[in-house]
Design a binder for this molecule. Structure first.
Ligand code: GLA
Length: 516
């Protein structure tokens, strides 16, 4: 009751809006940067025709009026501010923290158990996965955050003493033993809960037990918490798509995690339903799921005629991301969900809610058009991986690393040139430039001044397309660029003004351009 009263008081006093980024902007008013690292903040306004400029800038930063962005670099750690002026009269303060101790300076790279084993996660699954990540070179490629997803619990009901405990058969040595094993091998350790009485798969959640659960996670050596949103309490107001409720529930857990004294990254998972890119960082989360569950296919099944609801194939992700690319930055990453590359139709949760795909209930095998379904095509998987890199989405794998992996999939997920685009120290999300003839163009500014450009073919057949540099304001159409294909890891001919590309059906052409 106390919580409900506090929430209603907060709503009535108007604070429900205060935690979100300014409604005048379509970008954040709270940003982060690493010291002595190129910083960029693209200013986008809710009214795209509004006049905008930035003033009161600290030393090291400058306003680029042509591109409508703040750029530069600050050497000294500290808190800074500047002011965005909209239509000459509205002043929006921006806070910038420059720090070398940010929770998540670059997107998280790792693995979660859900798509691989559903509810059968266990100590041996985690140990074997860690071993396989080492053997296959995944750990050394950067995939270091391994997380236990739903169903680790000892049951639907929390133990009578209120203290969270794992299933004693699947975790015979307790959770700390799992954490110790992962840490010894050079991994970080993640766990899962919800801001509700029940988890999404109906085990006990953490609502009203935040303090006790956070303390337990810290004792187990947990480094990140995926905090889900099924069955959340209505708290007497609004609905589960009400940002004030979500903010309240996530902040409760964030504060409890902070009180443990152990750095535990809060990984929010409310599927984008409350526009978390506008407020999640203010509840303490440096990363948040931005869509419903992503599946191992091109075309998800759209429910309730709403593209945001369930069944997120690669195609749906490409349609949704233009809505919020401008909110991404260092320590504030929208998550496109676990990658399905490498699953090749074998995952347990990964192929459901896809258009035309069904599952044989006895064998568990997926079918499409009367044939066994093998998940995304190779070109679709390339698009998935490249765009997760372009978007600075966390790269959380969900393949079964203990199983054999196709050589070509392993080569893509360990490709250092693509990973470098994802892990770029400036943390930008690729800007959506637009679409034409079924080809989407995205451009990502990188910390060393390079620009990565991706052309995605939404068509069902291969397409020829000429990327016009005049449409991309990060590029100068009169300049000559050296070009690299990071997917194939080959040099391309120098380019000036445009790039003529052939793109496979549902595939991608990505180029890293450097001004000569
Ligand atoms: C939700 C999440 C998934 C997974 C399941 C577990 O659907 O979005 O990623 O964690 O719950 O039950």
């Amino acid at each position: 009751m106390k919580h409900i009263t506090a929430l209603i008081a907060a709503l009535l006093s108007g604070t429900s809006c205060m935690f979100a980024d300014s409604p005048l902007l379509r970008c954040s008013d709270r940003t982060f940067s690493l010291p002595s690292t190129r910083y960029m903040h693209k200013i986008r306004t809710a009214d795209s025709t509004a006049a905008v400029y930035v003033t009161d800038l600290p030393d090291g930063l400058a306003w680029n009026a042509r591109r409508k962005l703040v750029e530069g670099s600050i050497d000294s750690i500290g808190d800074y501010s500047y002011t965005v002026v909209v239509d000459g009269k509205y002043r929006v303060p921006v806070q910038l923290t420059v720090s070398d101790k940010l929770a998540l300076p670059t997107p998280m790279m790792g693995w979660m158990s859900w798509n691989t084993v559903l509810g059968n996660v266990s100590e041996s699954v985690m140990r074997e996965t860690a071993d396989a990540f080492v053997d296959k070179g995944l750990r050394d490629a950067g995939y270091r955050w391994l997380g236990i997803d739903d169903d680790w619990h000892c049951g639907r009901e929390r133990p009578a003493d209120g203290i969270a405990a794992p299933d004693s058969i699947r975790f015979p040595n307790g959770m700390k033993a799992v954490g110790d094993y992962l840490h010894d091998k050079g991994f970080k350790f993640g766990i899962y809960s919800t801001a509700a009485d029940l988890t999404c798969d109906s085990k006990f959640g953490s609502y009203r037990y935040e303090e006790a659960d956070a303390a337990k996670y810290a004792e187990w050596g947990v480094d990140f918490l995926k905090y889900d949103y099924c069955f959340v309490p209505r708290l007497g107001i609004g609905s589960d798509s009400d940002p004030a409720t979500a903010y309240y529930l996530y902040k409760r857990m964030n504060d409890a995690l902070e009180r443990t004294g152990r750095p535990i990254v809060l990984y929010m998972c409310e599927w984008g339903s409350t526009q978390p890119w506008r407020w999640a960082h203010k509840a303490g989360a440096p990363m948040w799921r931005a869509t419903h569950d992503h599946r191992d296919g091109w075309m998800g099944r759209i429910l309730e005629d709403d593209i945001h609801k369930h069944g997120i194939g690669v195609w749906q992700a490409l349609q949704i991301w233009p809505e919020f690319w401008s909110y991404t930055g260092v320590n504030r990453f929208s998550d496109a969900d676990m990658l399905c590359i490498g699953i090749r139709g074998r995952g347990l949760a990964s192929s459901i809610i896809l258009e035309g795909v069904s599952r044989d209930k006895d064998t568990g095998i997926f079918y499409k058009d009367g044939k066994q379904y093998h998940g995304m095509s190779t070109d679709e998987a390339h698009t998935e991986f490249v765009m997760w890199c372009m978007w600075s989405s966390p790269l959380m794998l969900s393949l079964d690393a203990r199983d054999s992996l196709a050589e070509e999939d392993l080569a893509v997920i360990t490709n250092p040139e693509l990973i470098a685009i994802n892990q770029d120290a400036m943390g930008q999300c690729a800007e959506y430039i637009g679409a034409e003839h079924g080809i989407q163009i995205w451009a990502k500014d990188l910390a060393d001044g390079d620009v990565a450009v991706a052309a995605v073919n939404l068509n069902d057949e291969a397409s020829d397309y000429t990327v016009d540099f005049a449409r991309i304001d990060a590029l100068d159409s009169d300049a000559v660029y050296s070009a690299r294909n990071p997917l194939d890891r080959t040099d391309m001919p120098d380019m000036k003004g445009s790039a003529a590309v052939r793109i496979p059906a549902h595939g991608v052409k990505v180029m890293r351009l450097r001004r000569k």
